[in-house]
Design a protein around this ligand. Sequence first.
Ligand code: SF4
Length: 330
Amino acid sequence: MNDTKPPIDGFGRRIEYLRLSVTDRCNLRCFYCLPEGCSNFTPRTNYLTFAEIERLIDAFIGIGLKRLRITGGEPLARKGLNKLIEKLAAKPQLTDLSLSTNATLLRTQARALRKAGVQRLNVSLDSLDPQRFAQITGGGDLEAVLQGLDAAQKAGFAPIKINMLALAGVNDDEIEDMFAFCRGNGFTLRLIEVMPMGATGRWSGRHFLDLQTIKNRLIERFDLVPADMEGGGPARYWRIRKTHHKIGFITPMSEHFCATCNRVRLTAEGKLHLCLGQNADLDFKPLLRNGASIEQLQKALRKALLQKPQRHEFLEKPDQINRFMAATGG
Ligand code: SF4
């Protein structure tokens, strides 16, 4: 049991949750994340090794880290990932080890992930229409995702959360269908507002869909009431009064959740991003490669967390963030 209290940032928030990106590469090209033809990925030689990642996580655990989410790009695209997961899952101080994936590689990997120690899965799925899915993802195969979800359920993952990015003029006519699909399969749907990431000079907001309107429509239609759900993330959950089926809303633009932020992000190359909506970061690779002790890493972590920004400025400065979502995995 980890009784070390998580560190507090400069705004009194306890930072207990790390989102760990193990690769910025992905086998899909979702237009809102990785623009078409995107190829300027980090050279793999620049990635932290699994041993370096584990060392940094040990340092972080020592100052109170409790929750870890493995992300990408597409994390299942990183070779040998299960070796790292087994090491991390063996750390009793980590009370929550989860993974986010586009599920296209899950059919063959679900059982091994479960065996390695992943407790929970979030799956990105923006459409149930094969053609539209291919359009959004730059040629992705919806059937592969559905088979991946089936394999994950058979491997014992529950609850599986479905992350649907709500895009105006793209998939906003599918929200009720996706909710029905999730209810029918025992998944929990979370609707997410698109954020201006990696769109320097290009953010038009064209596909931004204010989820407050959608939420009110669904509350009305399904008689939703507020609910809670395990997870430590930013989603605000509601449930159908009669059936208890849940739905989550992640609204960084229309109703942000920065006041209760509990997380930071580490990129595959070792940069600790203090806020998704700010460019502030600290590069841990030089420290790790110069043989910094656990104490020195912890000192640098504490110092960095005290510099964590109060909140994002997506509305005020939509062109500020020059990195793609795939670099930090959302
Ligand atoms: S935008 Fe930054 S401060 Fe706000 S919830 Fe996200 S990471 Fe936390």
